[in-house]
Structure formats: C-alpha cells, structure tokens
Design a binder for this molecule. Structure first.
Ligand code: FAD
Ligand code: DHB
Length: 393
C-alpha cells in the first residue's frame, strides 16, 4: 500500500491532521492500536482555544461543536473560599474559550473521516516506522495475523506519550526534559447539572479542586490527590464530600451529586522532547510533549502542532517548499515551551506541595499577586485563552 502521509495514532491530533490534509487533497492513512470505542471511552480535556476551534471549522468538522459547545468569557479562581473572576474577554480584547469535550471532538473527526471514506486501521499491532532518514520511509504493522507495509512520503507521529514513534528515534538524536509531580488528579464525570456556569479552579487547605463540565447537564470534577492514591479507595460519596470541602461555601451548598459515569486518576507530568522531528517523521501532540492539566493546554498544544505540520505540508505539496520541513520543530517548540511554562506555573500556584512549607507560602503569595489587579490578571487571561499561532511564511 502507498500513501502520502502515514498518521500513527487516531487521537485528536492524528484525526485533525488527517482531515485538514484531506481538504488540501493530501492523502493519509491512519493507524491506531486500539478500537474507536476504546478511544472514545477515554475522558480527557474539555477546554478548547479559539485556534483549535478555527482548525475544526477548517477541517469541516465543527458543526456540532458550534451548536453544542459553550462559549466562556470568564473563569473563576477561588482561593480559600474567595472568588476572583478572570474576565477572559474583557482582559484580552474579546477572546473566549469553548467548553466542549475531547471525546466529542474525537467523535466528530472520526465521523468526518468516515464520511469522506478515508482509510484507517484500528487494532493495528506492532506498528513500526522505518527508514525515516531516507526519502522512502515506510510503516509496518500487523492486523489479524497479517503483516502490512505502507510506503509514504512522511510519517506523523500522533501516537501519544506511550506511543512507538518517539522511542524509534535513536537516543543520541533526541533530548528529553521531564518533571513528575508528587500528586495526580482524580476525575469524576456525572450526569448532574454543573455547580457553576463558569469553571471554578479552587485552591484550599485540603488541596486543589476543579469544577468543569461537558454540557448544561453533565459535570466534570477533579481533585488533587497524592500519587499513591488508589481509585478503589474513592467511592462516589467520598469524592463528593471531599469536593464540597474544597469549594467556596455557596458552591458546596449548590453542588448536585449523583452516580459517577467515569472515575480515573491521571498523574501530572511536564515533558518535552527536542527536536520534534527525525528525518521524515514528525512528533505531534502528546507524542512530543506533556503538560499537567491545570492550564487546559495539553490538547490545545496538540492542535497547534497539527496547525504547523498541516500548513508546512500544504506548502510542500502545493509549492514544492521542502525547505519548510526543517522548521517544524523550532516553530512548534516556541509555543510548546510557553504552554509548558504556563501549565507548570498554574499547577505550582494552585496546588499544595508540602503543606506549610516555605515554598507553599511563596506559592500562595504569587497567586495573590497575580490575582490582585486587572493588569496582572491579564497576564493569566492571555495565556489561558491561548497565544496566537505563528505564521508559516
Ligand atoms: P492521544 O489522545 O494520546 O492519542 C494518541 C493515539 O495514539 C491513541 O489513540 C493511542 O491509542 C494511539 N497509539 C499509541 N501508541 C500507539 C502505537 N504504538 N501504535 C498505534 N497507535 C498508537 N488535557 C487537557 O487540556 N485537559 C485535561 O483535563 C486533560 N486530561 C487528561 C487526562 C489523561 C488521563 C490524559 C492521559 C491526558 C489528559 N489531557 C488533558 C491531555 C490531553 O488529553 C492530551 O494532550 C491529548 O489527548 C493529546 O492528543 P494526542 O492526539 O496527541 O494524543
Ligand atoms: C478540564 C480539564 C482541565 O485540565 C482544565 O484546566 C479545564 C477543564 C476538563 O476536563 O473539563
């Protein structure tokens, strides 16, 4: 089999890239080791920057997001029970974010791909990229006991943090930076009305909590928990009780509880691989970098990588601009490092590390400082709504 771009990974990054390339007449084949249902069962991000929303429109997959996504012009940061509204739109000259689940985005993109009749293999085992530093890379995989080979011009490694593409790069050709945090986020999804229209990021003596949502009827809540915490020790009742204790009194009183649809613990990590390119293979999204979720940046950074690769490949195929390929990593990494820094900063300010330590006191003080005046809140707002994408010449 032959195609122009093999996309390894059918998460939001791979699917969005495939759809955008298709609209430019560039062929792709998508491979994933799991099934579509498995992918759609992973509950992850919920806040979409305007840049991502624009790409969904450009991909022709934004109809449901436009109809059902909620546009938010503010978020709340609650510190020890006191609210500080961050007026995103007022502080940034009109920018907003859209609250729409990653699961929905993935489903919309899968449907768009199916409607266009584009090829993909799910349940593909032993996927391997080959000959990335030659002009003739190819990918092999096994499916139903048969080994397949796809020859291509380029490989897009959209296979997440635990994928195969990054480990296929020789160790001496890549540098990895990492910080693992001493806590994780316990998430709960429930069909209950969200406690607030705006998201609430809450810092309390008991640790961080986040009130988010998927719609007017579906809530998504998170609690900071120690890394060693076990999911089975968290009954729904225990989760709701702990959440109430971390929220401002009015929100705790309003909170509607109910049975969980999903509960999971995600470890928190900052990670960047440099460069994000090895010959004709490009690392896109979580395959190349991870951020802790506090700033809602993981999915949005994946989208900005997609934007860069898509625009470069469009010029490569349309105008013969192969010179741009070598710029992919450098362009992506500028925005990635910014997102890594912002996510680190938000995580640092809003979580407890070592209670009553000097460092935690400094974190409290830093948060107070940045919430105190509109000019300081603007710094937070501009990054939360997302920095602009870099032009490709
Ligand atoms: P992924 O979504 O990870 O997709 C990668 C795909 O590659 C998967 O479908 C996988 O099956 C496939 N794959 C992997 N290995 C192989 C292989 N060897 N062969 C073939 N296919 C392979 N971000 C936020 O902004 N807010 C959040 O609340 C948030 N919560 C998160 C919770 C968890 C548990 C995790 C893991 C991440 C969370 N994130 C969050 C981050 C966000 O979900 C990711 O940034 C986003 O999923 C990145 O998309 P992606 O397409 O790059 O990677
Ligand atoms: C969600 C996750 C985040 O990390 C965040 O900062 C905001 C919202 C969510 O899953 O809804």
């Amino acid at each position: 089999m032959k195609t122009q771009v093999v996309i390894i990974g059918s998460g939001p990054a791979g699917l969005l890239l495939g759809q955008l390339l298709h609209r430019q007449g560039i062929d792709s084949v998508i491979l994933d080791r799991v099934t579509p249902d498995y992918i759609l069962g992973r509950i992850r991000a919920g806040v979409i920057e305007n840049g991502f929303a624009r790409l969904m429109r450009e991909a022709g997959a934004a109809a449901r997001m436009t109809a059902e996504g909620e546009v938010h012009d503010a978020v709340e940061i609650a510190v020890h029970g006191v609210y500080h509204k961050i007026d995103l739109a007022a502080l940034t000259g009109g920018a907003t974010v859209t609250v729409y689940g990653q699961t929905e985005i993935t489903q919309d993109l899968m449907q768009a791909r199916a409607a266009a009749g584009l090829p993909g293999f799910y349940g593909a085992e032993n996927v391997r990229p080959h000959d990335m530093t030659t002009d003739h890379p190819y990918v092999t995989f096994e499916k139903d006991g048969v080994t397949h080979r796809i020859d291509c011009d380029y490989i897009a490694g959209c296979d997440g943090f635990h994928g195969v593409c990054r480990p296929s790069i020789p160790k001496h050709k890549i540098r990895e930076y990492e910080r693992v945090y001493p806590f994780g986020w316990l998430g709960l999804l429930a069909d209950t009305p969200p406690v607030n229209y705006e998201l609430i990021y809450a810092k309390s003596d008991r640790g961080f909590a986040l009130c988010s949502k998927r719609s007017a009827r579906r809530s998504r809540y998170y609690l900071q928990v120690p890394l060693a915490e076990k999911l089975e020790d968290w009954s729904d009742d225990r989760f709701w009780e702990e959440l109430k204790r971390r929220l401002p009194a009015d929100a705790a009183a309003r909170l509607v509880t109910g049975p969980s649809l999903e509960k999971s613990i995600a470890p928190l990590r900052s990670f960047v691989a440099e460069p994000l390119q090895y010959g004709r293979m490009f690392l896109v999204g979580d395959a190349g970098h991870i951020v802790p979720p506090t700033g809602a940046k993981g999915l949005n950074l994946a989208a900005s990588d997609v934007n860069t690769l898509y625009r470069i490949l469009t010029k490569v195929y349309g105008q013969g601009r192969t010179d741009l390929l070598a710029r992919y990593s450098e362009i992506c990494l500028r925005r990635v490092w910014n997102g890594v820094r912002f996510s680190w900063w938000m995580t640092d300010m809003l979580h407890h590390f070592e209670r009553d330590s000097m460092e935690d006191k400094i974190r409290d003080s830093e948060l107070d400082f940045f919430l105190a005046t509109p000019d300081r809140r603007r710094i937070l707002a501009e990054q939360y709504v997302g920095l602009p994408y870099e032009e490709i010449e």
